[in-house]
Design a protein around this ligand. Structure first.
Ligand code: ADP
Ligand code: MG
Length: 336
């Protein structure tokens, strides 16, 4: 019996299940205008014709769901994450992404204010839900939960739980499942422990970085929760991996007026985001060839994208007229 994650109970080689064909969900979230934008007289340029559509400059985009600025963090969790958490606890793999330009609300969506019941984001809510599920479970089930935390910058994977590991590589195990070789894995047994690991990773992220805001807008952050369970009576095993990805800012290079190394960074981000877009578009179209190998990020996530895995992309948008061009690009990306 393999316990290396299996793409769900059917296993990666299992028969295709027609009901599983489209496991990719796109949710669009719009943040409110912020104080600076209001002060600068920026207009709110988005309209919400229905629950699943949004329009800008007369063009309408349709997603699985559109979340307006007044939607609570809890409601965002219910829509974008809760169903995936249930599946991960049933042995499926999953990935939740936040995509959008810098300051569109990606980190607010994924993390929010950790430890604040009301404003906390998707990650702490997932962690809370996983543990409350476990505490209420059958005594015959034994759970092992471990987490890893990475940052991908210029296509290099850095281990946020061990600063000495600055360029981890993606290998394949004997079942040809890709994994990050040598990554730190922490066993955790309570929500508090997970939050401590997140704090530790964030502190490490700040090391050797002069401007954290700039840095975080140029790197992807990836938090992995791995849930293994075994029924001690029947020996039945289930394993589910959930990747939570706060992507690098999707803004175009020109807006930042970049040169030299900054330009390289920006090009690299655009490349890795378009590699991700290509993979997701290929999966959504049911293509046989999915270009996972085009970036470290897609390679790392391979087992948790497509097949039986559950994927949700939250595309985050600014409503401000100043950001109109980027918002259009973001909405277009989500549409693919
Ligand atoms: P990003 O991670 O995309 O760069 P942030 O999540 O850091 O953007 O958001 C930028 C700012 O806007 C933060 O101060 C954040 O608290 C605020 N913000 C983002 N989304 C919302 C929202 N839906 N409601 C209220 N404030 C928000
Ligand atoms: Mg951010």
């Amino acid at each position: 019996m393999t316990d290396q994650g299996g793409g769900g109970p059917g296993g990666p080689g299992g028969p295709p299940n027609p009901a599983d064909e489209c496991n990719i969900k796109v949710v669009c979230r719009v943040r409110p205008l912020n104080a600076a934008e209001e002060k600068a007289g920026s207009k709110f340029v988005l309209k919400f014709p229905t629950d699943d559509s949004i329009s800008i400059g007369g063009k309408v985009y349709v997603y699985d769901r559109v979340l307006k600025p007044n939607v609570t963090q809890e409601a965002v969790y219910e829509t974008a994450a809760k169903p995936i958490v249930k599946d991960v606890l049933s042995g499926y793999n999953g990935t939740i992404f936040a995509y959008g330009q810098t300051s569109s609300g990606k980190t607010h969506t994924m993390e929010g204010v950790l430890g604040d019941e009301k404003v906390m984001g998707i990650i702490p809510r997932i962690v809370g839900d996983i543990f409350s599920y476990i505490y209420n479970m059958d005594e015959n089930l034994e759970f092992h939960i471990k987490v890893s935390y990475f940052e991908i910058y210029l296509d290099k994977i850095r281990d946020l739980l061990d600063v000495t590991k600055t360029n981890l590589s993606v290998h394949e195990d004997k079942n040809r499942v890709p994994y990050v070789k040598g990554a730190t894995e922490r066993f955790v047994s309570s929500p508090e422990e997970v939050l401590e690991v997140i704090d530790e990773g964030k502190a490490n992220r700040h090391v050797a970085v002069t401007n954290m805001n700039e840095h975080s807008s140029r790197s992807h952050s990836v938090f992995l929760i791995n849930v293994k369970q075994e029924n001690v009576e029947t020996q039945k095993k289930l394993s589910g991996k959930l990747y939570l990805v706060d992507l690098a800012g999707s803004e175009k290079v020109s807006k930042t007026g970049a040169e030299g190394s900054v330009l390289d960074e920006a090009k690299n981000i655009n490349k890795s985001l378009s590699a991700l877009g290509n993979v997701i578009a290929a999966l959504a179209d049911g293509n046989i060839h999915v270009p996972y190998r085009d970036s470290k990020l897609t390679r790392m996530l391979q087992e948790s994208l497509g097949g039986n895995a559950r994927t949700t992309m939250v595309i985050c948008c600014s409503p401000a007229s100043y950001n109109e061009a980027e918002t259009k690009t973001t909405l277009f990306f989500g549409q693919r």
